[in-house]
Design a protein around this ligand. Structure first.
Ligand code: ADP
Length: 412
């Protein structure tokens, strides 16, 4: 202690030049010297701290642990930075606590040990650190909020894109339908001019001739022409029905009606109508033992399918041939086979046969629109059925239709 008193001026001179607070204590932790900075950090007047226990500068709650640290420090006696990994606090004269940083330097003068502590008040730095920390936290929150907002916006955009795509594909679909229908109408007009001309000419001739047969004896001639007229009207009616069918299929307006009906009713009707179209010596062979079969299906569609296939078989076969109609039921599948001995379908054209308006080269001499098979296939597929064929040019064709039927009921 005396050393510092005696050399007060030297100590002061040296220590005032340092920009840190300096506190020197002896082994008993009694303060022996301070510099101006230390006094002003802790709020004391010059030399007011000298002779006081170091504890006056340490918040009471740290007194005990500080003493332990101090003693072990003095025992080890090495220069070091104090409070590594810990927050250090000092207490001012007015009782206010503040954070500080301290570097400790032990030294010995004239055989007495001292410790010099270099003190920096880090309140301001801590405050700045806290502000930075608060700012960072705020920023992080803001980023989180923005990220969430961005995420929400992306979701909204995705939904918007999805809705737009949906609307676009709906629009494309309806545009396509409109185009197809327009196309259909154009085709219809050009086909009407071709396909309707011949039968209408035939009807006109027959009607004119009927007018000329005036006697009772000519009744059979009149009847023949009436049959021709009926057939040609039926033919034109079929074409119109086909077109209406396409329009309904295209615009999705088909309503299938399921009902229970005897299979023989449809077959007899179709065969009856087809018989009127037979060429000389042609014959339709059809099952006679199906009177008791009752099935549940769309009757009109079954009629359309069978009459299309049987009419084709008649149309594309020569005189004196047989058209075979076969019906089988096995494991929930009803199968129809329409077998002819006609012109057949050239192999290279077989893959196009269900395409709308397609007509094979060898069929062009016969009248036709190329619509029938296309409609038949569409309806069948809509109802879970299928159509296939096997054909050989100049030998004949077999068209096979299968439809799922839960059961065929027999009634006696
Ligand atoms: P259309 O008979 O009015 O031309 P379809 O759609 O019924 O139209 O038939 C398409 C084409 O398939 C016909 O033009 C013909 O070339 C071929 N076709 C269909 N059925 C037969 C058959 N039984 N024998 C030979 N060719 C056939």
């Amino acid at each position: 202690m005396r050393v510092f008193k005696e050399n007060n001026n030297i100590f002061r001179l040296l220590s005032e030049a340092v920009s840190e607070g300096i506190i020197v204590v002896n082994k008993e932790q009694v303060i022996v010297a301070t510099n101006g900075f230390a006094n002003s950090i802790f709020g004391y007047a010059t030399d007011e701290l000298v002779g006081k226990h170091l504890d006056v500068l340490i918040p009471p709650k740290y007194h005990h642990s500080h003493s332990v640290h101090f003693n072990s420090f003095v025992a080890n006696s090495e220069k070091r930075h104090m409070g590594k990994g810990r927050e250090l606090y000092g207490v001012r004269k007015d009782g206010a606590e503040f954070p500080l940083e301290a570097g400790l330097n032990p030294f010995t003068i004239y055989g007495t040990d001292y410790v010099m502590a270099l003190i920096i008040d880090i309140s301001e730095r801590k405050q700045q650190e806290k502000e930075i920390f608060d700012l960072n936290t705020k920023l992080e929150h803001k980023i989180e909020e923005r990220t969430q907002e961005l995420h929400d916006t992306i979701l909204e955009l995705k939904e918007e894109v999805r809705l737009r795509k949906e609307a676009e594909s709906r629009m494309k679909e309806s545009l396509k339908k409109e185009r197809d229908l327009n196309d259909l109408k154009t085709k219809f007009l050009s086909m009407v001019s071709h396909e309707f001309k011949t039968p209408l000419g035939g009807i006109l001739t027959s009607a004119t001739l009927i007018g000329k047969y005036t006697t009772v004896a000519q009744q059979d001639k009149r009847e023949r022409h009436l049959t021709t007229i009926k057939n040609k009207v039926k033919y034109l009616d079929n074409i119109l029905n086909d077109f209406l069918s396409i329009e309904r299929l295209e615009s999705g307006k088909v309503n299938y009606k399921f009902s229970k009906f005897p299979l023989s009713k449809v077959i007899n009707e179709v065969v009856y109508n087809a018989n009127m179209l037979l060429k000389d010596g042609q014959r339709i062979r059809y099952p006679q033992d199906i009177d008791e079969y009752t099935i549940e299906f769309d009757e009109k569609i079954l009629e359309l399918v069978l009459s299309n296939l049987i009419h084709n078989a008649v149309k594309y076969s020569a005189e004196n041939t047989i058209i075979d109609v076969q019906v089988h039921f096995k494991e929930g599948i009803l199968t129809f086979k329409i077998i002819d001995q006609g012109i057949g379908i050239p192999e290279k054209e077989q893959k196009f046969i269900f395409k709308r308006y397609f007509r094979a080269e060898n069929a062009l001499l016969d009248q036709g629109t190329g619509i029938g098979l296309n409609i038949v296939k569409s309806h069948l597929e809509n109802l879970g059925g299928r159509i296939n064929f096997i054909s050989k040019e100049n030998v004949g064709s077999t068209f096979i239709v299968t439809i799922p039927i839960e059961s065929v009921n027999y009634h006696s």
